[in-house]
Write a protein that binds this ligand. Structure first.
Ligand SMILES: Cc1cc2nc3c(=O)[nH]c(=O)nc-3n(C[C@H](O)[C@H](O)[C@H](O)COP(=O)(O)OP(=O)(O)OC[C@H]3O[C@@H](n4cnc5c(N)ncnc54)[C@H](O)[C@@H]3O)c2cc1C
Length: 324
C-alpha cells in the first residue's frame, strides 16, 4: 500500500484512494476547487518518488519534469513525499483594478498582473483570493490590449462566494494570485481560410470574444460565425459591440439564441445546440470553439463531431461549477 509523507505526517493509502480525499480526510489542509483537473488549485509537488502520469495531464512539460501533479486526479501506486506549498511559487501576483457591469448579471473584471504573464486570448486563469478561495475564469483580453490587464467576464450568482465578491466594491484594488494560464481554447494562426465556429452560453462569450479578436487581428479570411446563447435577452451582452464588428468584417457573422422569449428581430428561440446544429448540413473542415455551460458544451461537442467536425478541431472549455 502506497505511503505519503507531507507536512511531517505519514499516511497509508489504498490504491483506490483519491489522494485529495485521503489528505483532506486525514485533516491535511489542501486547497482545492473544481476537483476535475481544471483549476489546478490542488497542484502538489512530489519531492521524492514519481507521481502518477495520469495526474499530470494539462501541466506544462517543465512542471511535469519537476514532479508537479494534481491531487484531485491522483491514485498512488508508490510512496511519495509531497510539498503542498511548492505550487505557490508558480503563481503570479495581481490586483483587481476595475469592475464594471456588462449586463445586470455579468461584471467585467480587470486584473493587472504584478509580473510578466504570458497567455493567449481564450485561455483561463485560476484567480486565488488572499483567503485561498479560488475559481477559474476565461481570458477575454489579448496580451497587447487593455494596458496589459487581464479581462474577465464574471457571471454573478447571488450566493456565489467568488462572483458575489467580485461584483462588490470590496474586490476593487484587492490583491489576488493567478495560477495559469491554463487550457487550450485559443486561436492558432495558420489556415487563415478555414471556417471558424464559435459557440458559447452566458459568460462563455469571454473566451470567444478573445478568440474572435485574435483571429481578426491575425487577418483570418475564412468565415467566422459566433453564436451566443442565453436563457433570456438579459443574459446577452456586448450585443452592440458584436453587431458593430459584424458590420465592419464581412467574414464575421454574429448570431444569438434565447431559450425563452421574447426574442426580438434576428434572434433565434430554442436550444442553442439545436439551432447551431440545424445551421449547417455538415461541420466538416471547421475549427470549433465551445465554451460555457458544461452540459451544453459536452452535448454540442458530441453532436458537432457526429456531424463531421474532426475531434482535434474541437476546442472546448466547460465552465464546471465547484462542488459546495
Ligand atoms: C475552465 C473554467 C473556466 C471558467 N470561466 C468562467 C468565466 O469566464 N466566467 C464565469 O462567470 N465563470 C467561469 N467559470 C465558472 C467559475 O469558475 C465559478 O464556478 C463561478 O464563478 C461560480 O463561482 P462562485 O464562487 O461565485 O459560486 P459558488 O460559491 O461556487 O457557488 C455558490 C452557488 O452559486 C450557484 N452557482 C455556481 N455556479 C453555478 C452554475 N454554473 N450554474 C448554476 N448555478 C451556479 C449555485 O447556487 C451555488 O450553490 C469557469 C469555470 C471553469 C472550470
Amino acid at each position: 500500500m502506497p505511503r505519503v509523507h507531507c507536512d511531517g505526517r505519514d499516511l497509508t493509502l489504498s490504491s483506490d484512494d483519491n489522494l485529495l480525499d485521503a489528505l483532506l480526510g486525514a485533516g491535511v489542509q489542501v486547497a482545492s476547487s473544481c476537483r476535475a483537473g481544471a483549476c489546478q488549485q490542488c497542484l502538489v509537488k512530489a519531492v521524492r518518488g514519481v507521481p502518477p502520469a495520469s495526474a499530470q495531464s494539462g501541466l506544462k512539460d517543465a512542471q511535469r519534469a519537476q514532479g508537479y501533479f494534481l491531487a484531485c486526479q491522483a491514485k498512488l501506486t508508490e510512496d511519495l513525499t509531497l510539498s503542498l506549498s511548492a505550487a505557490r511559487e508558480l503563481d503570479t501576483p495581481g490586483s483587481v483594478v476595475s469592475l464594471d457591469a456588462l449586463s445586470s448579471s455579468v461584471v467585467r473584471v480587470l486584473v493587472r498582473p504584478g509580473a510578466a504573464f504570458e497567455y493567449r486570448a481564450g485561455q483561463y486563469v485560476t484567480l486565488i483570493r488572499s483567503d485561498g478561495l479560488a475559481r477559474s475564469y476565461s481570458l477575454a483580453s489579448r496580451p497587447d490590449s487593455d494596458g496589459g490587464c487581464l479581462e474577465l467576464h464574471v457571471r454573478v450568482f447571488p450566493q456565489g462566494r467568488m462572483s458575489g465578491w467580485l461584483a462588490s466594491a470590496r474586490a476593487l484594488h484587492a490583491e489576488v494570485s493567478l495560477r495559469g494560464p491554463l487550457g487550450e481554447c485559443f486561436y492558432v494562426p495558420g489556415q487563415p481560410a478555414q471556417p471558424l465556429l464559435l459557440v458559447g452560453t452566458g459568460t462563455g462569450l469571454a473566451p470567444l470574444w478573445g478568440i474572435l479578436h485574435d483571429a481578426l487581428a491575425a487577418g483570418h479570411t475564412g468565415p467566422i460565425e459566433l453564436w451566443h446563447g442565453a436563457r433570456t435577452a438579459g443574459g446577452l451582452y456586448l450585443v452592440s459591440e458584436l453587431e458593430a464588428l459584424a458590420a465592419r468584417h464581412r467574414n464575421f457573422t454574429y448570431r444569438r439564441c434565447l431559450l425563452e422569449g421574447p426574442a426580438g428581430v434576428g434572434v433565434e428561440l430554442g436550444n442553442l445546440d439545436v439551432a447551431v446544429l440545424a445551421s449547417a448540413t455538415s461541420f466538416e473542415g471547421r475549427r470549433v470553439f465551445l465554451c460555457g455551460d458544461a452540459q451544453l458544451v459536452q452535448q454540442t461537442k458530441r453532436k458537432i463531431f457526429l456531424k463531421g467536425a474532426a475531434m482535434r478541431e474541437i476546442h472546448a472549455d466547460a465552465f464546471l461549477a465547484s462542488p459546495a
